[in-house]
Design a protein around this ligand. Structure first.
Ligand SMILES: Nc1ncnc2c1ncn2[C@@H]1O[C@H](COP(=O)(O)OP(=O)(O)OP(=O)(O)O)[C@@H](O)[C@H]1O
Length: 253
Protein backbone atom coordinates (compact mmCIF):
# COMPACT_ATOMS: atom_id res chain seq x y z
CA UNK A 1 0.00 0.00 0.00
CA UNK A 2 1.10 3.52 -0.81
CA UNK A 3 -0.75 6.75 -0.17
CA UNK A 4 -0.23 9.79 -2.35
CA UNK A 5 -1.84 13.11 -1.61
CA UNK A 6 -1.28 15.43 -4.55
CA UNK A 7 -1.81 19.18 -4.48
CA UNK A 8 -4.79 18.79 -2.12
CA UNK A 9 -6.93 21.85 -1.50
CA UNK A 10 -9.76 22.07 1.01
CA UNK A 11 -11.99 25.07 1.62
CA UNK A 12 -14.51 25.55 4.38
CA UNK A 13 -16.98 28.28 3.53
CA UNK A 14 -14.97 30.98 1.83
CA UNK A 15 -11.64 30.17 3.52
CA UNK A 16 -9.09 27.89 1.97
CA UNK A 17 -7.74 25.81 4.88
CA UNK A 18 -5.50 23.37 2.97
CA UNK A 19 -3.64 25.14 0.19
CA UNK A 20 -2.21 22.62 -2.23
CA UNK A 21 -0.55 19.96 -0.08
CA UNK A 22 1.46 17.05 -1.44
CA UNK A 23 2.35 14.15 0.87
CA UNK A 24 3.60 10.69 0.10
CA UNK A 25 3.40 7.73 2.48
CA UNK A 26 5.43 4.88 1.08
CA UNK A 27 4.86 1.23 1.92
CA UNK A 28 5.28 0.40 5.64
CA UNK A 29 6.18 4.01 6.50
CA UNK A 30 5.00 5.96 9.53
CA UNK A 31 4.55 9.57 8.42
CA UNK A 32 3.82 12.34 10.92
CA UNK A 33 1.87 15.49 10.18
CA UNK A 34 2.87 18.24 12.59
CA UNK A 35 1.95 21.86 12.89
CA UNK A 36 0.41 24.43 15.21
CA UNK A 37 -3.23 24.53 16.29
CA UNK A 38 -5.42 25.50 13.39
CA UNK A 39 -2.77 24.77 10.74
CA UNK A 40 -5.15 22.41 8.91
CA UNK A 41 -4.00 18.94 10.00
CA UNK A 42 -7.46 17.55 10.82
CA UNK A 43 -9.00 19.20 7.78
CA UNK A 44 -6.38 17.61 5.53
CA UNK A 45 -6.89 14.18 7.11
CA UNK A 46 -10.68 14.50 6.82
CA UNK A 47 -10.28 15.10 3.09
CA UNK A 48 -8.10 11.97 2.91
CA UNK A 49 -10.75 9.83 4.60
CA UNK A 50 -13.53 11.57 2.67
CA UNK A 51 -15.46 13.25 5.45
CA UNK A 52 -14.66 16.46 3.60
CA UNK A 53 -14.65 16.87 -0.14
CA UNK A 54 -11.49 18.52 -1.43
CA UNK A 55 -11.79 21.55 -3.69
CA UNK A 56 -8.73 20.46 -5.65
CA UNK A 57 -6.08 17.80 -5.97
CA UNK A 58 -6.32 14.07 -5.56
CA UNK A 59 -5.78 11.33 -2.96
CA UNK A 60 -4.47 8.07 -4.36
CA UNK A 61 -4.32 4.69 -2.62
CA UNK A 62 -2.05 2.42 -4.63
CA UNK A 63 -2.61 4.77 -7.55
CA UNK A 64 -6.44 4.66 -7.27
CA UNK A 65 -8.36 7.87 -6.66
CA UNK A 66 -10.08 7.34 -3.26
CA UNK A 67 -13.10 9.33 -4.37
CA UNK A 68 -13.78 6.58 -6.91
CA UNK A 69 -13.40 3.68 -4.47
CA UNK A 70 -16.73 2.55 -2.93
CA UNK A 71 -16.82 3.27 0.80
CA UNK A 72 -16.87 -0.38 1.86
CA UNK A 73 -13.89 -1.25 -0.33
CA UNK A 74 -12.03 1.76 0.99
CA UNK A 75 -12.72 0.65 4.57
CA UNK A 76 -11.13 -2.75 3.85
CA UNK A 77 -7.84 -0.95 3.34
CA UNK A 78 -8.09 2.30 5.31
CA UNK A 79 -8.90 2.67 9.01
CA UNK A 80 -9.27 5.97 10.82
CA UNK A 81 -8.76 6.93 14.45
CA UNK A 82 -10.09 10.45 14.81
CA UNK A 83 -10.45 12.78 17.75
CA UNK A 84 -14.16 12.69 18.25
CA UNK A 85 -15.82 9.43 18.97
CA UNK A 86 -19.38 10.18 19.92
CA UNK A 87 -21.18 6.95 20.65
CA UNK A 88 -24.73 7.70 21.63
CA UNK A 89 -26.05 4.17 22.05
CA UNK A 90 -25.23 1.78 24.82
CA UNK A 91 -22.74 -0.28 22.88
CA UNK A 92 -20.34 -2.52 24.73
CA UNK A 93 -16.63 -2.34 24.11
CA UNK A 94 -16.87 -5.63 22.21
CA UNK A 95 -19.68 -4.23 19.99
CA UNK A 96 -17.54 -1.20 19.13
CA UNK A 97 -14.45 -3.23 18.26
CA UNK A 98 -16.58 -5.71 16.28
CA UNK A 99 -17.66 -2.77 14.08
CA UNK A 100 -14.13 -2.90 12.71
CA UNK A 101 -15.03 -6.21 11.06
CA UNK A 102 -17.99 -4.74 9.09
CA UNK A 103 -16.09 -3.92 5.86
CA UNK A 104 -14.95 -7.54 5.63
CA UNK A 105 -18.45 -9.01 5.90
CA UNK A 106 -21.29 -9.50 3.50
CA UNK A 107 -24.61 -7.82 4.23
CA UNK A 108 -26.36 -9.50 7.20
CA UNK A 109 -23.52 -12.00 7.58
CA UNK A 110 -23.16 -13.06 11.23
CA UNK A 111 -19.95 -12.68 13.19
CA UNK A 112 -17.79 -15.77 12.97
CA UNK A 113 -15.49 -17.34 15.54
CA UNK A 114 -12.64 -15.79 13.53
CA UNK A 115 -14.17 -12.31 13.99
CA UNK A 116 -14.41 -12.84 17.75
CA UNK A 117 -10.80 -13.98 17.79
CA UNK A 118 -9.65 -10.88 15.89
CA UNK A 119 -11.66 -8.62 18.23
CA UNK A 120 -10.23 -10.29 21.31
CA UNK A 121 -6.68 -10.00 19.88
CA UNK A 122 -7.21 -6.30 19.15
CA UNK A 123 -8.42 -5.71 22.72
CA UNK A 124 -5.40 -7.55 24.06
CA UNK A 125 -3.06 -5.45 21.91
CA UNK A 126 -4.32 -2.24 23.53
CA UNK A 127 -4.39 -3.80 27.03
CA UNK A 128 -8.20 -3.67 27.30
CA UNK A 129 -9.09 -7.38 27.20
CA UNK A 130 -10.87 -7.22 30.57
CA UNK A 131 -13.22 -4.48 29.36
CA UNK A 132 -15.08 -6.27 26.57
CA UNK A 133 -18.46 -6.31 28.35
CA UNK A 134 -18.24 -2.72 29.64
CA UNK A 135 -20.44 -0.02 28.13
CA UNK A 136 -18.27 2.22 25.95
CA UNK A 137 -19.84 5.38 27.42
CA UNK A 138 -18.58 4.45 30.92
CA UNK A 139 -14.91 4.43 29.89
CA UNK A 140 -12.41 7.20 30.60
CA UNK A 141 -11.15 9.35 27.72
CA UNK A 142 -7.92 7.40 27.40
CA UNK A 143 -9.70 4.02 27.60
CA UNK A 144 -12.10 5.13 24.87
CA UNK A 145 -9.18 6.16 22.72
CA UNK A 146 -7.56 2.73 23.07
CA UNK A 147 -10.85 1.03 22.18
CA UNK A 148 -11.16 3.15 19.04
CA UNK A 149 -7.64 2.06 18.14
CA UNK A 150 -8.64 -1.58 18.81
CA UNK A 151 -11.59 -1.12 16.41
CA UNK A 152 -9.15 0.13 13.76
CA UNK A 153 -6.85 -2.86 14.43
CA UNK A 154 -9.79 -5.27 14.06
CA UNK A 155 -10.38 -3.71 10.65
CA UNK A 156 -6.96 -5.13 9.61
CA UNK A 157 -6.18 -2.10 7.46
CA UNK A 158 -3.24 -1.58 5.16
CA UNK A 159 -3.34 2.16 5.82
CA UNK A 160 -4.07 3.83 9.14
CA UNK A 161 -5.00 7.50 9.46
CA UNK A 162 -4.60 8.86 12.98
CA UNK A 163 -5.71 12.28 14.15
CA UNK A 164 -3.92 13.01 17.42
CA UNK A 165 -4.27 9.42 18.60
CA UNK A 166 -2.63 10.07 21.95
CA UNK A 167 -4.22 13.30 23.14
CA UNK A 168 -6.09 11.70 26.08
CA UNK A 169 -3.40 9.24 27.03
CA UNK A 170 -0.87 9.27 29.84
CA UNK A 171 2.75 8.80 28.81
CA UNK A 172 2.71 5.01 29.25
CA UNK A 173 -0.20 4.64 26.84
CA UNK A 174 1.09 7.30 24.45
CA UNK A 175 4.19 5.14 24.06
CA UNK A 176 2.13 1.95 23.96
CA UNK A 177 -0.27 3.18 21.28
CA UNK A 178 2.48 4.55 19.05
CA UNK A 179 4.54 1.35 19.50
CA UNK A 180 1.54 -0.81 18.55
CA UNK A 181 0.95 1.29 15.47
CA UNK A 182 4.62 1.25 14.51
CA UNK A 183 4.85 -2.53 14.92
CA UNK A 184 1.89 -3.09 12.61
CA UNK A 185 4.34 -2.25 9.84
CA UNK A 186 1.65 -0.76 7.64
CA UNK A 187 1.27 2.67 6.04
CA UNK A 188 0.50 5.29 8.70
CA UNK A 189 -0.32 8.98 8.41
CA UNK A 190 -0.68 10.55 11.84
CA UNK A 191 -1.32 14.10 13.02
CA UNK A 192 0.77 14.49 16.15
CA UNK A 193 1.55 17.33 18.54
CA UNK A 194 4.40 15.96 20.62
CA UNK A 195 7.68 16.68 18.84
CA UNK A 196 9.71 14.20 20.92
CA UNK A 197 7.26 11.35 20.29
CA UNK A 198 7.10 12.27 16.61
CA UNK A 199 10.92 12.11 16.49
CA UNK A 200 10.87 8.66 18.09
CA UNK A 201 8.24 7.03 15.90
CA UNK A 202 8.06 8.77 12.53
CA UNK A 203 10.05 7.72 9.49
CA UNK A 204 9.19 11.03 7.90
CA UNK A 205 7.60 14.26 9.06
CA UNK A 206 5.67 16.96 7.23
CA UNK A 207 5.34 20.37 8.90
CA UNK A 208 2.13 22.20 8.15
CA UNK A 209 1.50 25.89 8.80
CA UNK A 210 -1.38 27.96 7.50
CA UNK A 211 -2.42 25.11 5.23
CA UNK A 212 0.99 24.86 3.52
CA UNK A 213 3.80 22.34 3.93
CA UNK A 214 6.75 24.32 5.34
CA UNK A 215 9.18 21.41 5.66
CA UNK A 216 9.49 17.69 5.21
CA UNK A 217 12.06 15.04 5.83
CA UNK A 218 13.42 12.67 8.44
CA UNK A 219 12.78 13.74 12.04
CA UNK A 220 16.39 14.90 12.48
CA UNK A 221 16.06 17.07 9.38
CA UNK A 222 12.75 18.63 10.34
CA UNK A 223 12.68 18.83 14.13
CA UNK A 224 15.35 21.43 14.60
CA UNK A 225 15.47 24.53 16.77
CA UNK A 226 15.20 26.68 13.61
CA UNK A 227 12.04 24.88 12.45
CA UNK A 228 10.45 25.02 15.93
CA UNK A 229 11.10 28.76 15.96
CA UNK A 230 9.71 29.22 12.46
CA UNK A 231 6.63 27.04 12.84
CA UNK A 232 5.64 27.55 16.46
CA UNK A 233 7.47 30.79 17.34
CA UNK A 234 9.04 28.99 20.30
CA UNK A 235 12.70 28.94 21.30
CA UNK A 236 13.95 25.42 21.87
CA UNK A 237 17.07 23.33 21.71
CA UNK A 238 17.11 19.79 20.39
CA UNK A 239 19.42 17.38 22.19
CA UNK A 240 20.40 13.95 20.91
CA UNK A 241 21.17 11.26 23.49
CA UNK A 242 24.54 9.83 22.53
CA UNK A 243 23.71 6.31 23.71
CA UNK A 244 20.20 5.83 22.33
CA UNK A 245 20.23 8.40 19.52
CA UNK A 246 16.88 9.61 20.88
CA UNK A 247 16.14 13.28 20.52
CA UNK A 248 14.56 15.41 23.19
CA UNK A 249 13.42 18.98 22.98
CA UNK A 250 14.05 21.58 25.64
CA UNK A 251 11.75 24.58 25.45
CA UNK A 252 12.65 28.02 26.72
CA UNK A 253 10.26 30.71 27.86
N1 LIG B 1 -16.40 23.52 10.08
C1 LIG B 1 -15.56 24.56 10.14
N2 LIG B 1 -16.02 25.84 9.98
C2 LIG B 1 -15.17 26.90 10.02
N3 LIG B 1 -13.85 26.79 10.19
C3 LIG B 1 -13.34 25.58 10.34
C4 LIG B 1 -14.16 24.40 10.34
N4 LIG B 1 -13.36 23.32 10.52
C5 LIG B 1 -12.11 23.82 10.65
N5 LIG B 1 -12.09 25.15 10.55
C6 LIG B 1 -10.92 26.04 10.66
O1 LIG B 1 -9.90 25.52 9.85
C7 LIG B 1 -8.64 25.75 10.45
C8 LIG B 1 -7.87 24.45 10.52
O2 LIG B 1 -8.51 23.58 11.45
P1 LIG B 1 -7.99 22.11 11.73
O3 LIG B 1 -8.91 21.51 12.74
O4 LIG B 1 -7.80 21.43 10.45
O5 LIG B 1 -6.56 22.42 12.37
P2 LIG B 1 -5.56 21.46 13.14
O6 LIG B 1 -4.22 21.73 12.57
O7 LIG B 1 -6.06 20.07 13.14
O8 LIG B 1 -5.64 22.10 14.60
P3 LIG B 1 -5.46 21.46 16.07
O9 LIG B 1 -4.01 21.19 16.25
O10 LIG B 1 -5.91 22.62 16.94
O11 LIG B 1 -6.34 20.26 16.20
C9 LIG B 1 -8.91 26.38 11.82
O12 LIG B 1 -8.70 27.77 11.72
C10 LIG B 1 -10.37 26.07 12.06
O13 LIG B 1 -10.98 27.06 12.84
Amino acid sequence: MELKIENLRVSIGTSEIVKGVTIEVKEHKFVGLLGPNGSGKSTLLKAVYRVLKPTGGVVLMNGKDVSRIPEKDRAKDMAVVSQFNQVSFEFTVQDIVMMGRTPHKKRLERETAEDYKIVSEALKQVGMEDYSKRKFTTLSGGEKQRIILARALAQEPKLLILDEPTNHLDIKYQLQVLSIVKNLNICVLAALHDLSLASMFCDEIYMLKGGNIMGKGKPEEVITSEMIQEIYGVTASVVTDEETGQRSIHYRI
